[in-house]
Write a protein that binds this ligand. Structure first.
Ligand code: NAD
Length: 304
């Protein structure tokens, strides 16, 4: 039987640590950690994610400064909002929920977030720090994958890792984090030829392609470890083999039902990488709060 890498359980364990960390630091800090998640427009998936993030803030005692901004907001207006949050002493972390409406320049907005409050590690300075192996806030989804591997005592050093996807949000930082942990990493993308023969070489396969059920049994090797980052809601009339408990008909980029008898470990969808992403956002925020309030940095071991 493969090891199911339970992100939901680990997220709860880490949330408990974060909650206790906040409680014990409040007296000296004199304020709770603050997180501002900026949502622009009405992308429904973003709405769901922002909602999860707000609830998670509530659970552990992070003050939420979430803002839902109109679709037509001008770049200059949004930059002004970000600059005000940069100045706000009660805000430790800022996250710009992606994707943005097409008239907004993502790179320019990310550059305006104070790198010290960059809760998703996407400011060019923090991406540069990741490339150089220097400390700094790390992107939440790949950070969550690293935490999940560590908790399950999966040794990365020397492993042949393949990352499917090269986005700035997931694929690229994921590849860099695995390389920093001494894996030998190959990145596959939409122009890669013969994906199955490449992914079959992987001891550790991370899939972040955003394509439902892209990866099946012909893409994985026996006893490999498969991390499924993708998340998709299937149409209600879908007739594929999903678990009973999966009432929302969520699926990832991997056909788990095809690979589960072949691999050594996999992360499920839902309940794998998704909950870890939210938890690492909280962890980044609490880490920033400790730094901003002059508290000892006690949770660095939770971050890659
Ligand atoms: P993206 O669309 O920005 O990037 C997708 C990448 O996959 C691209 O680099 C593309 O080249 C590559 N790709 C696409 N089709 C491919 C194919 N057939 N073969 C090989 N490579 C292919 O997406 P993203 O933001 O990186 O997100 C990827 C997936 O992860 C999405 O399903 C997204 O919803 C999910 N996601 C989940 C979480 C989470 O918390 N679980 C967080 C972020 C993203």
């Amino acid at each position: 039987m493969p090891n199911i890498l339970d992100g939901k359980k680990l997220a709860q364990e880490i949330e408990l640590i974060l909650h206790q960390t906040i409680e014990s630091g409040l007296k000296v800090a004199k304020r709770p950690p603050g997180l501002a998640v900026l949502r622009v427009g009405n992308d429904p998936a973003s709405g769901v994610y922002v909602n999860y993030k707000e609830k998670a803030c509530d659970r552990i005692g992070v003050r939420s400064f979430a803002k839902h901004l109109k679709e037509e907001i001008l770049l200059e207006e949004l930059i002004e909002i970000i600059k005000n949050l940069n100045q706000d002493k009660n805000v430790d972390g800022i996250l710009l929920q992606l994707p943005l409406p097409s008239h907004l320049n993502e790179a320019s907005l990310l550059r305006n977030i104070d790198p010290d409050k960059d809760a998703d590690g996407l400011h060019p300075l923090n991406l540069g720090r990741l490339v150089k192996g220097e400390k700094g806030p790390r992107s939440c989804t790949p950070a969550g994958v690293m935490a999940l591997l560590k908790r399950n005592q999966i040794d990365i050093e020397g492993k042949r890792a393949v990352v499917v996807g090269r986005s700035i949000l997931v694929g690229k930082p994921m590849a860099l984090m695995l390389e920093a942990a001494n894996a030998t990493v190959t990145v596959a993308h939409s122009r890669t030829k013969d994906l199955p023969s490449l992914t079959r070489e992987a001891d550790l396969l991370v899939v972040a392609a955003g394509k439902p059920h892209l990866i099946g049994k012909n893409h994985v090797s026996e006893n490999s470890i498969v991390i499924d980052v993708g998340i998709h809601r299937l149409p209600p009339d879908t007739k594929i083999n999903l678990q009973e408990s999966n009432k929302n008909k969520l699926c990832g980029d991997v056909k788990i039902f095809e690979i589960e008898d072949k691999v050594a470990a996999y992360s499920p969808v839902p309940g794998g990488v998704g909950p870890m992403t939210v938890t690492m956002l909280l962890a980044n925020t609490v880490d920033r709060w400790q730094k901003h309030c002059g508290l000892p940095l006690t949770i660095s071991h939770l971050l890659p």
